[in-house]
Design a protein around this ligand. Structure first.
Ligand SMILES: Cc1ncc(COP(=O)(O)O)c(C=O)c1O
Length: 405
């Protein structure tokens, strides 16, 4: 008899981003010339000093189990960074280090959700929030921000999404997939709604904090609304800022009882993040930070380049993102048209497939982020790839607009 799967698997989808990346890789491996704009990671190498700290950890024998919540030096350093950057006072026992921000978020949801509890997820949203919520037995309530010009959650949308069963609001700034960055006054307005709903906690996913392009400025809800601190969990990590996605280090900072419960879950599942990666992350947090600006400057140039091209292409339109390394592009004008072989393009998924199979550009369809009629392009690819991808997209748009003309 085959191994049966749990009921919960009926409802949990695999990551669409990872699926599209895998498909692009498979086509490339088969000899096709594919440019992937699907990646959720910078194309930069991890800075040398951070790698050296990892090597030194191995050589120095830091190869055994660590404390579940993370090595004390790293937790102390994270607390120091929160204090220095945002004037936020967290004790090391209010911080948990996990295997990536992803594990930290799952720990938090598992620690707090009972079956049927609701999590407000503003859309467009990162593909994993609704699925993680379902895995933890909760119900994602999508607050649809597609109608708002900035794609951001508004106080009215938040108010309408909250019910007596709401346990969490997940707030992601800068956002994956829109690159939207919440201003201090926007956070203030959301905090006002939260003050009237003291049963709602906020998971602030700030993993793209370091990737904000001036004049936009990063603002943290915890710093804006200190009165809400006992129901805010900040999630951050080294993956995106320090080009360390494969090292798998993320962290959460929040109220002690929550961190304690999350630590219990981690202790019974993965035990702790890699001892070696924790030492490398310590260097990332306390060491030279010059690479942050260098990464940001490079990504900013690519953002300007790709957005300028996209907004000149017939049938496509995008807002210039203030942060992260994604641009959410409307391809609504392409839907209803026909591919060169006569196949109708009925959705953003069809359009993304056409781009991949006929024009050699891999993007993620917006539907995966609850943004139908759109596609997400990552500009964390090399500048050469971004330029070549724009040429191919231009050809695709010209072809499709001509087909139906
Ligand atoms: C919004 C958001 N949060 C969290 C993560 C996961 O980060 P990590 O690689 O540290 O698990 C990602 C990765 O794509 C993300 O886009």
């Amino acid at each position: 008899m085959p191994i049966g799967l749990a009921q919960r698997m009926l409802d949990v989808a695999p990551s669409a981003t990872k699926a599209m990346t895998a498909q692009a890789r498979a086509l490339s491996a088969g000899g096709h010339d594919i440019i992937a704009l699907t990646q959720g990671e910078p194309d930069f190498d991890t800075p040398k000093a951070i790698c050296a700290a990892g090597v030194a950890a191995i050589r120095g024998g830091h190869t055994r189990y660590t404390t579940v919540a993370g090595i004390p030096d790293l937790r102390q350093a994270i607390a120091g960074q929160l204090d220095q950057d945002h004037d936020l006072a967290y004790a090391p026992d209010q911080i948990i280090v996990g295997s990536g921000a992803k594990q930290v978020i799952v720990n938090a949801l598992l620690a707090t959700l009972d079956p049927g509890d609701e999590v407000v997820v503003p859309s467009p949203c990162w593909v994993s929030y609704p699925e993680m919520t379902k895995l933890a037995g909760g119900v994602p309530i999508i607050a649809d921000g597609m109608a708002s010009a900035t794609f951001k959650l508004t106080p009215a949308l938040l108010d309408a999404a909250i019910t007596p069963r709401t346990r969490w609001l997940i707030l992601n700034t800068p956002s994956n997939p829109t690159g939207a960055v919440y201003t201090a006054s926007e956070l203030d307005a959301l905090a006002e709604v939260l003050r009237g709903n003291d049963h709602v906690a906020v998971l602030c996913d700030e993993i793209y904090e370091q990737l904000v392009y001036s004049p936009a400025r990063f603002a943290s809800l915890a710093a804006m609304a200190p009165d809400l601190s006992d129901r805010i969990l900040i999630v951050n990590g080294v993956s995106k800022a320090h080009a360390m996605t494969g090292w798998r280090i993320g962290w959460g900072a929040g109220p002690k009882p929550l961190i304690k419960a999350m630590t219990t879950i981690q202790g019974q599942t993965t035990s702790h993040a890699s001892s070696i990666a924790q030492r490398a992350a310590l260097e990332a947090v306390v060491g030279d930070q010059a690479h942050l600006k260098a990464f940001r400057d490079t990504l900013r140039k690519r953002r300007d380049l790709i957005c300028e091209h996209l907004n000149r292409m017939p049938g496509l339109a995008c807002r210039v993102p203030d942060g992260a390394f994604y641009v959410l592009v409307s391809c609504e004008a392409m839907i209803g048209r026909k591919a060169p072989d006569g196949t109708p393009i009925g959705s953003d998924v069809d359009f993304a497939m056409l781009l991949l199979e006929r024009f050699g550009v891999a993007v993620v369809p917006g539907s995966s982020f609850r943004a139908p009629g759109h596609m997400r392009l990552s500009f964390a690819a090399s500048t050469g790839d971004v330029v070549r991808a724009c040429e191919r997209l231009q050809e695709a748009c010209d072809t499709l607009m001509a087909e139906t003309a």
